[in-house]
Ligand binder design. Sequence first.
Ligand code: NI
Length: 375
Amino acid sequence: MYVEQMMNDYRQLHAHPELSGKEEETSAWICSRLQALGIEVKPYAPMSVVGWIPGKTGERTIALRADIDALPIQEEADVPYRSTVDGVAHLCGHDGHTAVLLAVAAWLVNENIEHDANILLLFQSAEEISPSGADALCRAGVMDGVDEVYGLHLWQGLPLGTIGTSEGPLMASIDDFDITVYGKGGHGAEPEATIDPVVVASQIVQSFQSIVSRTLSPLDAGVVTVGSIQAGEAFNVIPDTARLIGTMRGLSYEAVETMKREVTKRAEGIAAAFGATADVTLIEGTPPLVNDATCASYAIEAAQRVEGTTFELVRPSMGGEDFSFYLKETKGAYVWIGMASDVSAHPHHHPKFRIDPRAFPYAFDYCQQLIQLRA
Ligand code: NI
């Protein structure tokens, strides 16, 4: 019965995707579904829907989270319930997450499931962008009084029938930098009269290559990538400025802080050594997703109870996930529900990405086990 509900809801959501922060119809639909079950909906942030189910004693509160937004990509998968919106599609699996959490809500109410703890159901807007929906909910106080928070992703990086997580870092931070080097332009044949920002920028790029290898512990992962350099337009003109933009990824708060500090220090210091200046802007995105070890052990126990699946301790992904904002506020854990198969053969965000719906019962069962263990 819940399997059928999940399939129907998934198809409905998949056919009607909405972009991050613009999930008006999606959130109204989720809201009406929860209210039809008699679940109280609490207002925290626009486009996100937060359902509240009081527990028997109510001494503790457990939160479960699903994300609801789609991507600005044209779908190429040939399915009967394909996206009806041009250039917008659910190509990450958030439609599946929403369908699973709606089934959990229905199960809790319809089966009169007993639980001591209050249960908070988070249907979160805007996972795919910055500023993120999780950040907005946290700023609005959604984690106040929450003891534990759990989330999941239907994951194409793991085979169907596998559930994976880690006891610490699972996904990376995302922070960007935007650097302008101010030199002194002039004739390309008279460099002595200039301060060449192209040379300064190239030294900065070179120096960034040793941030990870020389300032992070070899046991701590990080990435510093310069994605674009723009300077000058002519064969024989030294420009006034050069611009470098790029991204940093890390698996620990310490690594992130080190990379931010080094990017700033090196750009400014190298520029100064040449008599130029560097204006460094750091654009904060998403913190690293670090599971709490105790909550991860509960998540692992729940996963091991899911019939038909095997549990695996996994290597983290350098992709980001804004579930990390909740983990900054309270303890919790995030897991991946594997679904790679002949049906789900393309990675997340690929135009041909597809969910394998055979993973739905595993995700649903995992949530049920977790609620029975922790709520
Ligand atoms: Ni996603």
